[in-house]
Design a protein around this ligand. Structure first.
Ligand SMILES: *Cc1c(COP(=O)(O)O)cnc(C)c1O
Length: 393
């Protein structure tokens, strides 16, 4: 056998060959559709933060390799943010790590903390990088399905408890949750924490949408629950919080032993990244509460606009309590296959969405659900809503 007759992509990654996002974004281009598939804002974050990046670049701060753990200014700002928002104390020198976006934080945490064969429990539908990173680390993913219940997707705590085995090493949590918009309640988080303590599990918690919670929902960091500080790796992202997804600035806060472990993996992935942007994000994290409130209110108005439009178009809408995504059920439209629906939608209505089934191991459980992003300009959402009305016809 020659080296090229064997499949080039290894067995661990074979199932992740191509993403639906590439296919759908190409469809959006070729059909002139509005792309509500991929979740990136179509306007940049605060001007003063952009200017802070320009200043750092001009002043020669961060143009060469920044320190491995991140620049001290940013680590201090991350620590202060966790203290100000949640009353959680993390030592900027030993308990904070800057990463190349939350994506690298997730990868480094899993690569550092898993042995081959370890089981990782993650909620299904899950963010697409989780499955790939668990696989790269040689772990086994064990999905626990969030199921629709009275207008939102909920976690079945008995199912979660039953999923834990002697091989379970880690719970991979995401709240506010992409793609369902579910925000775990205090009671749910307390139960997750109790289980983690009882079964002595590590927890990696992806909280990149911590500032996007709506209505009565409240974001509570899992690390703040009893017994969790020493076992929890918390992940944040400037891309999501400040609408600079291209800067790829993310971070980890955790007890020093965990941060040291994650840094061991991180140093051989990117080593460092985003030098000048790190200084800008340090300033962004210190913005007054008014920024965070205005950001949330802006997204809330957009959620309501798109939710109303989707409802009018005939979808069942799961009104998200957090994130900038809306999951819908297409069955009221007489459809049941989200893949087929999303492949046809650009031709039918000039809008692109993502079939949630791609975020499931149990694809049939996700088949009728379709995700729309609302982090777009109001006029773009208005036009999308107008186009989607044709489905109701
Ligand atoms: C966008 C996203 C990430 C990745 O964040 P980056 O900082 O852009 O790497 C991680 N987790 C979830 C749930 C996301 O939606």
């Amino acid at each position: 056998m020659t080296s090229t007759s064997r499949p080039l992509l290894n067995r661990r990654l074979a199932e992740f060959g191509t993403t639906i996002f590439a296919e759908m974004s190409a469809l959006a281009l070729s059909t002139g559709s509005i792309n509500l598939g991929q979740g990136f804002p179509d306007t940049d974050g605060p001007e003063e933060v952009r200017e802070a990046a320009v200043r750092a670049l001009r002043d020669g701060r961060g143009n060469q390799y920044p320190p491995g753990p991140g620049v001290p200014e940013l680590r201090t700002a991350i620590s202060a943010h966790q203290q100000r928002r949640y009353g959680l104390s993390y030592d900027p020198d030993t308990e904070v790590l800057v990463t190349a976006g939350a994506t690298e934080a997730i990868a480094a945490a899993l690569l550092a903390l898993l042995e081959p064969g370890d089981e990782v429990i993650a909620f299904e539908p899950y963010y697409d990088s989780y499955a790939a990173c668990i696989a790269m680390a040689g772990g086994t993913r064990v999905p626990v399905t969030l199921r629709p219940h009275e207008g939102s997707f909920r976690l079945d705590l008995d199912e979660l408890r039953a999923a834990v085995t002697d091989r379970t090493r880690l719970l991979l949590i995401n709240t506010p949750h992409n793609p369902t918009g579910t925000v775990l309640t205090r009671a749910e988080l307390a139960a997750v924490a109790e289980l983690a303590v009882e079964r002595d599990l590590l927890v990696v918690t992806d909280e990149v949408y911590e500032h996007l919670v709506f209505d009565d929902a409240e974001h509570l960091p899992l690390a703040g629950f009893p017994g969790m500080r020493e076992r929890t790796v918390t992940i944040g992202s400037a891309g999501k919080t400040f609408s600079f997804t291209g800067w790829k600035v993310g971070w980890v806060t955790a007890a020093s032993g965990l941060v040291t472990a994650v840094r061991s993996a991180k140093q051989f992935l990117t080593y460092v990244s985003s030098g000048p942007f790190q200084y800008a994000v340090a300033e962004a994290l210190a913005l007054p509460d008014g920024y965070f409130t205005a950001f949330r209110e802006d997204m809330l108005a957009k959620r309501d606009l798109l939710a109303a439009g989707l409802t009018e178009a005939g979808f069942e809408v799961f009104r998200p309590a957090g994130t900038y995504f809306i999951t819908t059920d297409i069955r009221p439209l007489g459809e049941s296959d989200g893949f087929a629906f999303c492949r046809a939608l650009p031709e039918r209505a000039g809008v692109v969405a993502i079939p949630n089934a791609v975020f499931y191991d149990h694809r049939e459980a996700g088949a009728p659900f379709v995700r729309f992003a609302f982090c777009k300009r109001t006029e773009v959402l208005d036009e999308a809503v107008k186009r989607l009305k044709s489905l109701a016809g």
